[in-house]
Write a protein that binds this ligand. Structure first.
Ligand code: SAH
Length: 352
């Protein structure tokens, strides 16, 4: 290493484009096509280190770690659900837990669910992440690495990505958008934008900004209640951005992008699951091209609520359908491995 490079912070492989990597390799006297080989190993063959890149000359494999860091996340724990339909990962650095990701195995293929912040500042009353304490937003490289490391573990490409782990994506807007750009780069992972969904608690200004920049990425809104007094209790940010303002922003997003949006509605027994609630929901989303995704609440230890029973969920769904609302019921693949956000990290932290 020469003096000039010695003091420069090493870039992370998960933040570089092929061109940027080619220029780093070029400075060291290597051919640009070596960058394409490295990118192929990272995003198509899911190598875990430069040493694994066996079609690079040995000397280059040895030298690369001097110039480029190969990721930062350590796998601290992995948990598999019954029937192998979901896998949950806890990542950290220096042995300290940071974030979780979940791999969901549906009939139609694999979906990766990533976190965007270490802890979450929003503090929704029903969410396990509430207890974690907010530390910081993840970097672009960390978000990209969460996703690619799940591919590596599964030894398979993952076709869909949802931003539904811990954290509020729009409170880490720039890095989330940059991670999407990196994962969609045709010279890298080449993920289709239409197969990405960003889920937000509802920040109108960010939703409108995203409409201009998302170029095909799908949006989901965590609505969960139609009345401000109920939603205030579930999602404290509703006091700043009430139901009406949030739903208007969603309507604008659907209109501006010409895309169907998703409304997530989590059902908690006796809080938001009555027939009247269903009717109010149908009225609220009228005229928006949307799909309502019903999510039975995943119990979080220490909270007094209950998930509604199957009959009540069915009735809620039928009321929506009778009112011409498109609706699906989310199967809780991760339920038996504690896949409600933040629960794995919480258990590990508490056990210490
Ligand atoms: N901050 C983003 C993404 C977070 S989580 C957002 O609010 O949308 C993704 C979804 O899971 C959100 O709809 C969130 O409200 C929901 N969720 C959180 N905890 C849950 C639980 N215990 N059971 C069911 N859904 C939960």
């Amino acid at each position: 290493m020469n003096e000039a490079t010695e003091y420069r912070e090493k870039p992370n492989i998960f933040e570089l484009t092929r061109e940027e990597l080619a220029s780093i390799l070029g400075e060291q006297g290597h051919k640009p096509y070596r960058a394409a080989q490295v990118m192929n190993w990272v995003y198509k063959r899911y190598a875990g280190s430069f040493q694994e890149m066996t079609d690079l000359p040995k000397s280059l494999r040895d030298e690369l770690p001097n110039w480029v860091e190969f990721g930062k996340l350590e796998l601290l724990k992995k948990q598999e659900g019954r029937g192998d339909r979901a896998k949950r990962y806890l990542w950290g650095t220096g042995g300290k837990p940071l974030v979780e990701s979940v791999l969901l195995k549906y009939k139609y293929g694999l979906t990766g669910c990533v976190s965007t912040q270490v802890g979450c500042p929003v503090g929704c009353a029903f969410c396990a992440s509430r207890h974690l304490g907010f530390e910081r937003g993840l970097s672009k490289a960390e978000i990209v690495e969460e996703f690619v490391r799940m591919c590596a573990d599964e030894k398979s490409r993952i076709g869909r990505l949802v931003f539904m782990g811990t954290g509020e994506p729009f409170l880490n807007y720039e890095n989330v958008l940059a991670a999407i750009e990196t994962l969609c780069d045709p010279n890298g992972y080449d993920l289709s934008r239409r197969r990405i969904t960003v889920s937000t608690v509802g920040i109108p200004e960010a939703i409108r900004e995203f409409a201009k920049e998302s170029r095909g990425v799908r949006l989901a809104l965590s609505l969960h209640a139609t009345k401000d007094d109920v939603r205030d209790k579930l999602i404290p940010l509703n006091r700043t951005f009430p139901v009406g303002a949030v739903v208007e922003a969603l309507r604008d997003y659907a209109r501006a992008t010409g895309q169907r949006v998703t409304v997530e509605y989590m059902l908690i027994s006796r809080i938001n699951d009555s027939k009247e609630d269903a009717l109010a929901l149908a009225a609220l989303v009228e005229g928006i091209d949307c799909l309502v995704n019903l999510i039975p609440w995943n119990p979080v230890p220490g909270l007094p609520w209950k998930r509604p029973d199957a009959e009540d969920i069915k009735t809620f769904k039928e009321v929506l359908e009778r009112n011409r609302v498109k609706v699906t019921l989310r199967r809780s693949l991760g339920g038996n491995i504690e896949a409600a956000c933040g629960q794995l990290r919480r258990r590990i932290t508490e056990r210490k």
